[in-house]
Design a protein around this ligand. Structure first.
Ligand SMILES: C[S@@+](CC[C@H](N)C(=O)[O-])C[C@H]1O[C@@H](n2cnc3c(N)ncnc32)[C@H](O)[C@@H]1O
Length: 270
């Protein structure tokens, strides 16, 4: 039997894709750049493209769409810093943008990539003549800008066709800095220099607080985000690699979604 096709938009290192592959899916990922760090790279077919430039008809043969648009601006604005709050006020038309800011200037611009996912789903449904389920993932800091999430798996917030039954969360924590490869507020304290140890235990929207004492995956605590070096050279590529790993969807989440939406699962249940 041919494996069903899933589309992974903004696929990064392929957290969604790993779960899908492990549950018998074929996956096509779209990203604006290929993330390759040593042995780590996207594990399925990768299409290099700006998601904004796609038409949903390109996705019409899929049985499932998953998407993780960049979260950096949402995460930044959720930080308890004057500059972050000023940017949020400016986007609402209540203040000026701070000097040197080069991020989104309108809410439409801020939410463009997130909203593109839903446009693509509508177009794909129309082209396919059936409903293709879609899950869009982002951070809690996105909620004020895009609306209430249907569910959160730790700090991985989900919109779209989220199944009624979801797995329990054990330490699923995502930290800001996941939006590599796209513009962000030009702030010296932005992603490359963030010091999350100072935020531990504080109520910062956009970061799941439970157990926030360091970073996962790289085993180096928060040093990736503390050195404040200029975003160039090997340190910056190490930081980018760390960001890409932190942004990865946890396998518990991606494999659950993969199982629920596998067409074989639907046939068995019917
Ligand atoms: C939050 S990360 C995705 C993480 C991914 N879901 C994972 O599990 O590894 C966002 C990704 O969006 C990509 N990206 C940013 N802007 C894009 C665009 N306009 N079109 C396509 N990909 C884009 C970035 O290169 C980055 O890999």
């Amino acid at each position: 039997m041919t494996r069903p096709l899933a589309i992974d938009l903004f696929c990064g290192l392929g957290g969604w894709t790993e779960g899908l592959l492990s549950e018998g899916w074929r996956v096509r990922g779209y990203d604006i750049e290929a993330h390759e760090y040593g042995d780590e790279r996207y594990p399925a077919e990768l299409v290099l493209a700006d998601v904004m430039s796609l038409h949903g008809a390109d996705l019409a043969e899929a049985e499932l769409i998953v998407a993780s648009p960049p979260c950096t601006e949402f995460s930044y604005m959720a930080m308890p810093w004057g500059r972050a709050k000023q940017i949020a006020r400016a986007l609402r038309g209540e203040d000026e943008f701070p000097e040197g800011y080069n991020g989104s200037r309108t809410v439409a611009e801020l939410t463009a990539l997130f909203n593109a996912c839903f446009r693509l789903q509508r177009e794909a449904n129309e082209a396919a003549g059936r409903d293709i389920p879609m899950i869009v993932e982002n951070v809690r800091g996105a909620v004020p800008w895009v609306g209430k999430a249907a569910w959160n798996h730790g700090s991985f917030y989900l919109w779209g066709d989220v199944p009624a039954l979801m797995p329990e969360v054990v330490g699923a924590r995502k930290l800001p800095g996941c939006g590599h490869g796209w513009k962000h507020p030009d702030d010296p304290r932005h992603t490359p220099g963030l010091d999350f140890t100072r935020l531990a235990g504080k109520a910062a929207d956009g970061i799941k607080q439970a157990g926030l004492t360091g970073l996962r995956d790289n085993g180096k605590g928060s040093r990736w985000f503390q050195d404040g070096a200029a975003p160039s050279g090997s340190k910056s590529s190490a930081r980018k690699a760390a960001s890409a790993k932190i942004a990865k969807i946890p396998l518990a989440l991606s494999s659950h979604i993969a199982r629920v939406y596998h067409p074989g699962a639907i046939e068995v249940a019917a």
